[in-house]
Design a protein around this ligand. Structure first.
Ligand code: NDP
Ligand code: DXP
Ligand code: MN
Length: 381
């Protein structure tokens, strides 16, 4: 039986992880879970899965949860609570499904405690990839990607020699505005931006997908996960999201991974790697689909992807700032403070203002993350 802890159990990835666990209860024991503010769902989850430990965002919410869960359940809160869920149980694998760079410290705590990681929280690798990679190397834990493209590449690389990979291609749906020109992005609404064509996901990643920041994050994530140079990582628009990504080898052979867009497939793979089991997901019917489409990436249409490559190549604190400025810009867009096209302007302004530091320690990452947040918040249009 595998013992699991989930950071962010009330979110899109978190609930789908519990859904998979519920379909194979004999395989899993849920040791600990964390939510933020959705205590109603969190209490339901605690009563169903009976974890020993649960964390919420604040002390007041912890009090509310404590009154509504089985006696003996330990309820903690805040950043320390997340760190406890990540590290202080008998879990073998920690699923990191928090949103944003707030996932960094709990992820590092889990690695330091020798836990394997089911990684959904890509912002952690974008913000501090070199620190996470070094911690993983030191402790010898596995990082099993949950992000669909990285799970695809991980599967394509099974048993292969990474030195014989010429490049990987990450597919991109194009997001909610994939059929609009840049001029047609003027005045788009939050509601429109939240309509992803293929995936049902949390609000922040859905906006990241529309700006192509998500694909930029995935390029940086792939650089760290697979130890590939940025020249070896391509992005291709594939509106159907059926080919989740592919790997090209030196002999020009290509291996791709396909499936319906359903995150429960990569989640299942990360939970029990290298085993697979029957899940409630649908079979892919290529005959019914008939045709798959592909378009070359246009970096003028999607400047955030260009900025992501530049940030990744620059390294140091630059990707930290790219991520933090984006987090604030997306939050401001969702609150109606700035327009969709101003998201990229906020990121660009923060990157221009920022002075990059090479090989930063965790304290400097934290400092630059805070600086970028405050700067991105101060920009007025
Ligand atoms: N959704 C998807 O299909 C995919 C997501 N990812 C990545 O996975 C990660 C999670 O995404 P997703 O599940 O969509 O995000 P959601 O917004 O759906 O979920 C985020 C989770 O984080 C919790 N949380 C938010 N703020 C806090 C806080 N201050 N303290 C404690 N917990 C907090 C939320 O709790 P609550 O809701 O209770 O407040 C929720 O459990 C992201 O990094 C995303 O990029 C990657 C590939 C696909
Ligand atoms: C499901 C998943 O992995 C998301 O990261 C997805 O890739 C978003 O779709 P886009 O291709 O539109 O960014
Ligand atoms: Mn993805």
């Amino acid at each position: 039986m595998k013992r699991i802890a989930i950071l962010g159990s009330t979110g899109s990835i978190g609930t789908q992880t519990l859904d998979i666990i519920q379909h194979a209860p004999e395989k899993f024991q849920v040791e600990a879970i964390s939510g933020g503010y959705n205590t109603k769902l969190l209490i339901e989850q605690v009563n169903l899965f009976k974890p020993k430990l649960v964390s919420v965002a604040t002390k007041e919410l912890a009090h509310e949860v404590q009154l509504n869960v089985p006696a003996g359940t330990k309820v903690v809160y805040g950043e320390d609570g997340l760190i406890e869920v990540a590290a202080a149980t008998d879990a073998d694998l920690v699923v990191t499904a928090l949103v944003g760079s707030q996932g960094l410290k709990p992820t590092l705590a889990a690695i330091d405690a020798g836990k394997h990681i089911g990684l959904a929280n890509k912002e952690t690798l974008v913000s501090a990839g070199h620190i996470v990679t070094e911690a993983v190397r030191k402790k010898g834990v596995a990082v099993l990607p949950i992000d669909s493209e990285h799970s695809a590449i991980y599967q394509c690389l099974n048993g292969e020699n990474i030195a014989q990979v010429s490049k990987i291609t990450i597919t991109a749906s194009g997001g909610s505005f994939r059929d609009r020109t840049r001029a047609e992005l003027e005045g788009v609404t939050v509601e429109q931006a939240l309509q992803h064509p293929n995936w049902s996901m949390g609000a922040k990643i859905t906006i990241d997908s529309a700006t192509m920041v998500n694909k930029g994050f995935e390029v940086i994530e792939a650089h760290w996960l697979f130890d590939l140079s940025y020249d070896q990582i391509d992005v291709l628009i594939h509106p159907e999201s059926v080919i989740h990504s592919y790997v090209e080898f030196v002999d020009n052979s290509i291996i791709a991974q396909l499936g319906n867009p359903d995150m429960r497939v990569p989640i299942q793979y990360a939970l029990t790697y290298p085993d697979r089991f029957v899940t409630p997901t649908k079979k892919l019917d290529l005959a019914a689909i008939g045709k798959l489409h592909f378009r070359e990436m246009d970096y003028t249409r999607y400047p955030c992807l260009r900025m992501a490559y530049e940030s990744g190549r620059q390294g140091g604190t630059t990707p930290t700032v790219f991520n933090a400025a984006n987090e604030i810009a997306v939050a401001r867009f969702l609150k109606g403070e700035i327009t969709f096209l101003q998201i990229e302007q906020v990121i660009e302004a923060a990157l221009q203002k920022h002075e990059s530091y090479a090989n930063p320690a965790l304290e400097l990452i934290h400092e630059q993350d805070l600086w970028a947040r405050s700067y991105a918040d101060s920009i007025q249009f």
